[in-house]
Design a protein. Structure first.
Length: 300
C-alpha cells in the first residue's frame, strides 16, 4: 500500500505520521528530545538529538501503521522555526542550536535595525522587524561571542533542514521556514542580498531555496537504513510548523483565520499579496502555497 510520511521536529519531541495517498491517517508516533537552558533566557538543543528522535519516531510509526518502509513514496518535513544549526563540512554541528524561544540576542536585534537604517527600513527589506526569536540575530551573536565557531561555519540550517541534510545530503530549505530567518526578500522570494551585505553575512552560508511542495532531494542509503525506508525516496521542501499547521486548518485561501492558544499564542491568516506593516505589528512570511504569503502575530 503506497503511503506518505510526515515528520515534525518540535521543541520537545519529533512527531511522525503515516497517511495514505488520500490523506487518511494510519498512525502517529512521537519521540522526545531534551532542551537545555544553561542561563536564564537561553534555550538550545543538540541537533543530533533531533536525528535520534527522528529515527525512533519513524521506525515506531511504521510499526504502528503496519507499513513496510518501501511503501513510503514521499517524505514531508515540518519543524520549529527560527532555530540555527551551525555546521562545518560534515554532519556534526559545531555548537548547540539556538532555538526560537532563546532571548539572548536583544543587542543584535538593535544592531540589525540600526544597520538597516531603522525599523521601517528593515521592514521594507524583509517585511519583518528584528526579534530575538529570528535566526539573523542568532548568527550575529555567534559571530560576536564565539568567533572561532563562526570561522569554522560553512552552513547555517534551520532545524527541519538539518534533518533534511541528514536524510539527503542536500543543503536546502523552503520559503515558509526561511522567511522566519529575517534574511529573506519576502516580496521577491529570494535571499535579501542588500541586508546580507549590510550585516556582512556570506550568502554561501545559506541553503538553496525551494517552494514547499518541491522535491529537494532523495534519501541516501545510510539514512534510509537508519530510518527503515527505501533509498531514493523523495523528500519535499515541507514547511515551518506554523505554515504546516495552517494547511491542516485549511488556511490556504483568503478569508480564513486561525487563533492558536499554547506556549506560543498565534493568530494566522492567508494573504494573496505581501503585506507591509510599517510598525511591525503583523509579520509577513511566504506560505506553503506557491506564490502566496501569510501574515501572523504572536505572544510567547
Amino acid at each position: 500500500m503506497a503511503c506518505l510520511l510526515g515528520i515534525d521536529i518540535g521543541t520537545s519531541g519529533t512527531k511522525a505520521l503515516v497517511c495514505d495517498l488520500k490523506g487518511k491517517v494510519l498512525a502517529t508516533a512521537i519521540a522526545e528530545h531534551p532542551i537545555e537552558s544553561p542561563r536564564p533566557g537561553w534555550s538550545q538543543q543538540d541537533p543530533r538529538d533531533w536525528w535520534k528522535s527522528t529515527v525512533r519516531s519513524t521506525r515506531l510509526v511504521l510499526k504502528k501503521a503496519g507499513v513496510d518502509g518501501r511503501e513510503v513514496k514521499g517524505v514531508g518535513l515540518s519543524g520549529q522555526m527560527h532555530g540555527s544549526v551551525f555546521l562545518g563540512d560534515g554532519i556534526e554541528p559545531l555548537r548547540p542550536a539556538l532555538l526560537w524561544n532563546d532571548q539572548r540576542t536583544a543587542r543584535q536585534c538593535e544592531q540589525i535595525t540600526d544597520k538597516a537604517g531603522g525599523r521601517e527600513a528593515l521592514i521594507e527589506l524583509v517585511a519583518n522587524p528584528a526579534l530575538t526569536g529570528f535566526t539573523a540575530p542568532k548568527i550575529l551573536w555567534v559571530r560576536e561571542h564565539e568567533p572561532k565557531i563562526y570561522a569554522r561555519t560553512r552552513h547555517i540550517l534551520l532545524p527541519k533542514d538539518y534533518i533534511r541534510f541528514r536524510m539527503t545530503g542536500d543543503y536546502a530549505t523552503e520559503v515558509s521556514d526561511a522567511g522566519g530567518m529575517l534574511l529573506l526578500d519576502v516580496v521577491n522570494r529570494r535571499w535579501s542580498q542588500k541586508l546580507l551585505d549590510l550585516l556582512d553575512i556570506d550568502p554561501a552560508l545559506l541553503a538553496k531555496l525551494y517552494e514547499s511542495p518541491q522535491v529537494t532531494g532523495q534519501l541516501h542509503g545510510k539514512a534510509a537504513r537508519e530510518l527503515g525506508l527505501a533509498a531514493g525516496t523523495p523528500v519535499v521542501g515541507g514547511a515551518g510548523d506554523q505554515a504546516a499547521g495552517a494547511v491542516g486548518d485549511g488556511i490556504v485561501t483568503g478569508g480564513v483565520v486561525s487563533a492558536t492558544l499554547k506556549t506560543n499564542n498565534m493568530i494566522f491568516a492567508h494573504a494573496d499579496q505581501p503585506q507591509h506593516n510599517p510598525q511591525g505589528q503583523m509579520h509577513t512570511i511566504y506560505h506553503t502555497v506557491p506564490g502566496k504569503w501569510y501574515v501572523f502575530n504572536y505572544i510567547l
